[in-house]
Write a protein that binds this ligand. Sequence first.
Ligand code: ADP
Length: 262
Amino acid sequence: AEEQLRQSQKMEAVGQLTGGIAHDYNNMLAVVIGSLELLNRKLGDPSPLVKRYIDAAMDGARRSAALTQRLLAFSRQQPLNPQIVDANRLVAETSELLRHSIDANVRLETVLAGGLWRVHADPNQLASVLLNLAVNARDAMPDGGRLTIETQNFYLDDAYSAANFGVSPGQFVMIAVSDSGTGMTPEVMAKAFDPFFTTKEVGKGTGLGLSQVYGFIRQSCGHVKIYSELERGTTVKVYLPRMLEQGDLPVAMPRAEAPAAE
Ligand code: ADP
């Protein structure tokens, strides 16, 4: 729980900082892009070389603008719009999207639990969590491998693990994204959720993927955990509280013995 507090405070601080910078930066970029467009129009029919320089500048400016958009979205801690969500359907839809963006040498599998409980979450945010995790999985398998997305009903009935997870014991829907990729060293794993931590080359990674995942899952009263082994692969498990719907009988939780001592 202390770790979680530390993490949220860190994210809040980074969020405020990036929010301010991204905002100013965005305004300056608008000037650059506007001037380039004007220059383009004024020149009419420039030589191929001049055209190439202008296109390159425009391309760079547009990509920076896309990055600042992501930073702004990150710092804004977008308000959630929770709905009753069928995670199986969301996973199925996301996998359809994914099929277009993964190489032929990555095999994508989904293992969807029957009778899966529903969750109360923002479907767009949850979809972006799944995409973030899947893109990381893909990036960890440059030579191909298996990407599996699995759903499961999960009873977290042991008070001790629940406290460890920073959630109350209860019923959760688990979504696990696994890859057979490079895995993480303990050092990388310790920092993986930190905003701006990335091991990817400049332009490929922002280091915001997992911290966004973390922020969203915590906002949804859930939990996220990484299991990783070097050279074998990584599994990221996301737990979201079950949504109790009208007509559902609350299930009595088996009483777990609290551990005698901390
Ligand atoms: P980014 O993907 O932009 O680098 P993330 O916050 O999503 O940012 O991830 C941070 C770092 O965690 C990555 O750069 C990578 O080193 C590591 N990582 C995340 N997911 C995986 C994975 N599935 N396999 C191996 N390493 C991973």
